[in-house]
Design a protein around this ligand. Sequence first.
Ligand code: FAD
Length: 473
Amino acid sequence: MARHYQYDAVVVGAGPNGLAAAITLLHSGKSVAVYEAHSKVGGGARSEELTLPGFVHDVCSAVHPLGIGSPLFRSLPLARYGLEWIQPPAPLAHPFDDGTAAILERSLGGTAVNLNGDAGAYRSLLGPLVDSWLGLDVDLLGPLRWPRHPGALARFGVLALLPARRLAESRFKGHRARALFAGVAAHSMLPLEAWGSAAFGLVLAVTGHALGWPIARGGSQALADALAAYVRSLGGEIVTGLAVRSVDELPPSRVVLCDVTPRQLLAIAGNRLASGYRRKLQRYRYGMAAFKMDWALSGRVPWKAGECARSATVHLGGKLEEIAASERAAWRGDYAQRPFVLAVQPSLFDPSRAPQSKHTLWAYCHVPNGSDFDMTERIEAQIERFAPGFRDLILARSVAPPAELERRNANLVGGDINGGAPTLGQLFFRPTYKTYRTSSPGLYLCSASTPPGGGVHGMCGYFAARSALREMF
Ligand SMILES: Cc1cc2nc3c(=O)[nH]c(=O)nc-3n(C[C@H](O)[C@H](O)[C@H](O)COP(=O)(O)OP(=O)(O)OC[C@H]3O[C@@H](n4cnc5c(N)ncnc54)[C@H](O)[C@@H]3O)c2cc1C
């Protein structure tokens, strides 16, 4: 007897990947409903007044090279639904103790000139990748498959598989270029000695030159709201404030796509999964966590290196050796006295984030998964080191250790912001070799726990929906 379905597809979770999955299905004429636990859509792309009225903070993601570069997002009319990217003059600043800073400029030449003896080495490492980024992006931001640009991908792969530290130390002689690359590679949330950690440094540095590191006017929520408005414009339904406890409670549909991580999939759909697949999900490895802070400030951050005010993103960790020690400590379950801090100052470029002449600051450092150690003092000391007088500007602060991050969004398991450690073993076959598919026909995973992994790009959702369309319709 034919089953009656209320929807073609139900999506659990309205993060960037859940919304991207919904859009991909709607584009194919399918009926879709999305169920989101939080009262607002967006998951890792939400913004809130976390400190004081009038100060808008990005709860999770703040800077969007992968958002502006996402092959899916750039094909959508998101500007029509309120999304406006703001490009600070420079993508990234990396200050040193001597009061100078290395700046990742949009132009390769402008960046290289500031790297003392490493100008040529910087150009020859990144130049070819920047030139081939458009094309390479489609191969990199997706599952493992036959590449469209095998030559460019092979050139990238040879470098990307290296440990970031080895690549930096073998290519650059001076501490400025080494530190700049180390800070970008530390976004991997892997030790810089780990194989494959160079991939993250290369991709993010290349996007800095090829696309910029923009912020969204009004906060990252503007991106999520634009995606949600587009879903509704296509006839999709979004229900917020409804945490799905079991997929059996959902309205009948041909497919269910879950924007959740393996641990949650086990909780809401474990009864549908084969025991072997369940065991694999139980073995899935979550990565380092973030210890996140936000401040309302009475003025601009008083950087010793004034050029840090040209960029929204500022990396605080000094030389490569110090950054590497900080990342190694967090990976091994320890805490650096001087943690590598990733800071973002959006209100310098977007006045809508704070009352007039006031500012917001966003920052996090990496800590062991599930840690309850308070890093507040160490993070603020690290900012003060490069911006003396910073503490005097603090009007209010919001502190989010890993447990608070997970309370804000169930996908941040133990405070892991990428949906699972991006080790080589979990980079391509994420969370298992089945990637988007589960052992239950019609049940799919579409979160950052699938390829290509963490970041606000929606490509996990896009490819999961493509799998579902191919296999179930
Ligand atoms: C502190 C921090 C900083 C970051 N900075 C950046 C950055 O600057 N740039 C960048 O690109 N990325 C950044 N990221 C990573 C980025 O936010 C994530 O990789 C991205 O949001 C993953 O998208 P997703 O759709 O897979 O999951 P999420 O965005 O986590 O969305 C999952 C959604 O599912 C919902 N959900 C979960 N379980 C259920 C359930 N049972 N029922 C209903 N709903 C459910 C959640 O409430 C959530 O809304 C950051 C993350 C954090 C935490």
